[in-house]
Design a protein around this ligand. Sequence first.
Ligand code: ATP
Ligand code: MG
Length: 366
Amino acid sequence: MRITGLNLQDFRNIASASLEFKDTNEFILGANAQGKSNLLEALSLVTALRSFRTRDIGDMVRFGTGAARLRYLIDHEKEGTSEVFCELMPSRKEISLDGQKVKRLGDFLGKFPSVVFSSQDIQFLRGSPSLRRRFMDLSLSAMDAEYYAALRDYHRSLKERNALLKQKPSPGAAELSSFEKMLAPAAAVMVKKRQQLTAALCDEMGAAYREISGSLEQPSLRYKPSTNYRSEDEFLAMLEKNRPRDLVYGSTQSGPHRDDFVLVLGDREAQPFSSEGQQRSLVLALKLAQVDWFRKHSGLKPVILADDILGELDNARREGFWRALPRDLQVFATGTAPPPDDPIQSWSFLGVEKGVFFNLPEIKSS
Ligand code: ATP
Ligand code: MG
């Protein structure tokens, strides 16, 4: 897909903008705090209505106003020319596709894939397991309606089981059993699909890592499930067996909500042993593997949103990144200075100052 136009109203510091994008890649150039990341955030919302910077929709509504409005024009491999309209209010969001209100977010997820590259990505290595689960959950939910439904059911039933555990019922309570019967099938789906995604990302990461780092070391992604149980029946038996312990803690101690994933380089875990440069290359390779996975799964070309990452990479890594990225994807990138002159990449430049965008006809790369 390609985003050919974007209209924004009261989105972050952008009071109003009406942008058209050509066939070239777009570089958004501006000083700090002018609106570069805000524009990328707006573009990224079209995938899952989730921001890569905040969990709170209200944060994206311009201060002092009641709602942000975003309208995207998209050339889409399957849907043809599409128009997506979305309205964000502090307590709710609404979305429509070609004039039809989208009633269930699950029906919309993944139709318009994009992948954000930002300095926050390093948190996949350094942050808590919840960040890694979120990355895997969002990747799977965007491509797989069955996973999205299982994830939703699992968290709903988990919340209910935990609330009940806090009331200290008898371990044989029928209600516990009824929540467990809902948790177990969802858990089995989640574990199976997390395994599949881990294997697919692992397969794709190697080539990207070698392009970016110029090194022959083998990167991999490993799944560390919190339990060894796989089938629905095994999960059910585990939950039943764990009731006395879970009653003591007042919450469910094992299950996919406690899973983790680790990046490995050679045969060592990357986080404690790899250098800064190796870690950055690994995370870029992981995101490039996600791009590839989206593409294979959906037959759609994801839009690439690179927020201020080009300046952070040395020449060799940056060129490796462009080599590893398929040439036919639409790219939006930001920076406070024009990007270095790359043999592989050419740009149209869009300037931004205090939330106002303007075309910059001819910029010389540095
Ligand atoms: P940097 O180069 O430092 O990353 P940037 O151009 O990416 O800068 P943005 O993150 O896009 O900067 O933010 C631009 C401005 O938007 C900031 O000054 C920020 O305070 C402001 N801003 C953030 N949220 C809102 C909001 N809801 N309403 C109005 N302004 C906001
Ligand atoms: Mg920024």
